[in-house]
Write a protein that binds this ligand. Structure first.
Ligand SMILES: NC(=O)c1ccc[n+]([C@@H]2O[C@H](COP(=O)([O-])OP(=O)(O)OC[C@H]3O[C@@H](n4cnc5c(N)ncnc54)[C@H](OP(=O)(O)O)[C@@H]3O)[C@@H](O)[C@H]2O)c1
Length: 316
């Protein structure tokens, strides 16, 4: 196969974790690669290994996607790529701490890396893909997109943007031959939690069954891409986690309110049936009855006395 005519995959945040796993999977599928990351050394090591292992060409780009100048340069680069078959917007990072405590510049960086870069790279890649009536985009979000996370306010918000953005885009692109996927991994063994921000993060607090490897995530995502799923959560347990989290966040307050309201109503009804209240109810009823009786007897008496008077006057 001629390497110059082979399809190309472009991956951001490719030097480690999920990005590197995608690079391995796609090299094994005979795609030329363009790998982007902040760190040159790790990129060189990965590119060398993949070129030795597979008959593919691997290019590397060093750029910081929190920097608008770098984003624009890469955007112009993407427009020029021939045979771009798959774009994976994977670069990302997390922060830990309340919104007002986390450094503002870190949060602005996150908006650039997660949102601005992804949006602009999609905009750059799509015209070529649509013209060739083929191509795919994977935007790496997170299960954190489905539940607002106190302590990771900007992270969960930016990841939620990627889900909505990808889903809407996929709908617009129906019939063009181009597919878009928002990949929403759960806990994945990568360097993601090894940063100073996650110094207090204790992996063992998360049950082992919820962890996946980066390779599993990449393989499942590429398989789901063939099936054309716009939002993909790898792993049954993660899907269950998302459903539970959504119930707890959005439904539980209403369920509790409903239960409380109905409990109060039935408690009131029940307390009105207590012996003490039954006694007073009975008295009230009998009083009502005596009242009714009184009125009725009076009416009867009045009526009969009227009749008697009328009878007597008629006779007289
Ligand atoms: N691991 C998880 O549990 C998990 C769960 C859900 C979603 N995700 C998402 O999965 C994606 C990949 O993360 P990962 O788990 O594979 O973690 P990772 O190993 O830390 O990979 C993230 C990659 O993005 C790169 N990156 C970060 N900021 C960048 C910037 N400004 N410019 C260019 N590259 C940048 C990192 O480079 P440096 O190493 O040089 O910073 C790193 O190579 C992220 O979008 C993350 O939000 C991860």
């Amino acid at each position: 196969m001629n390497r110059n005519t082979m399809e190309t995959a472009f991956i951001t945040g490719a030097s480690s974790g999920i990005g590197a796993a995608f690079a391995c999977q796609l090299a094994a599928r005979r795609k030329n690669l363009i790998l982007l990351d902040k760190q040159k050394e790790q990129l060189i090591t990965l590119a060398t290994r993949l070129q030795e292992q597979y008959p593919v060409t691997v290019k590397i780009l060093v750029a910081d996607l929190s920097n608008p100048v770098d984003i624009e340069k890469i955007e112009n680069y993407i427009i020029m790529i021939k045979n771009l078959d798959i774009l994976i917007n994977n670069a990302g990072f997390g922060t830990s701490g309340n919104f007002i405590e986390v450094n503002l510049s870190k949060q602005l960086d996150m908006i650039h890396v997660h949102i601005i870069a992804t949006m602009r790279f999609c905009r750059a890649a799509l015209p070529g893909m649509i013209a060739h009536r083929k191509g795919s985009i994977i935007n790496v979000s997170s299960i954190g997109a489905f539940k607002p996370i106190p302590g990771s306010v900007t992270y969960s918000s930016t990841k939620a943007y990627l889900v909505t953005f990808s889903e809407a885009l996929q709908t617009e692109l129906v019939g063009t031959g181009v597919k878009v996927q928002a990949l929403c991994p759960g806990f994945t063994h990568t360097g993601f939690h090894n940063t100073p921000e996650f110094g207090n993060f204790n992996r063992s607090r998360i049950p082992k069954i919820f962890w996946m490897t980066a390779e599993e995530v990449a393989v499942k995502s590429l398989k789901a891409l063939r099936r054309g799923r716009a939002i993909y959560i790898p792993g049954f347990k993660n899907r269950l986690l998302v459903i539970l989290a959504r119930i707890i966040t959005y439904k539980l307050p209403f369920i509790l309110k409903w239960v409380r309201k109905n409990f109060d109503t039935s408690r009131q009804a029940f307390s009105s049936l207590s012996p003490q209240n039954m006694h007073s109810t009975r008295i009230q009823h009998s009083e009502d009855f005596s009242c009714w009786q009184e009125t009725t007897l009076k009416e009867i008496n009045d009526d009969s006395s009227t009749k008697t008077e009328r009878y007597l006057s008629d006779k007289g």
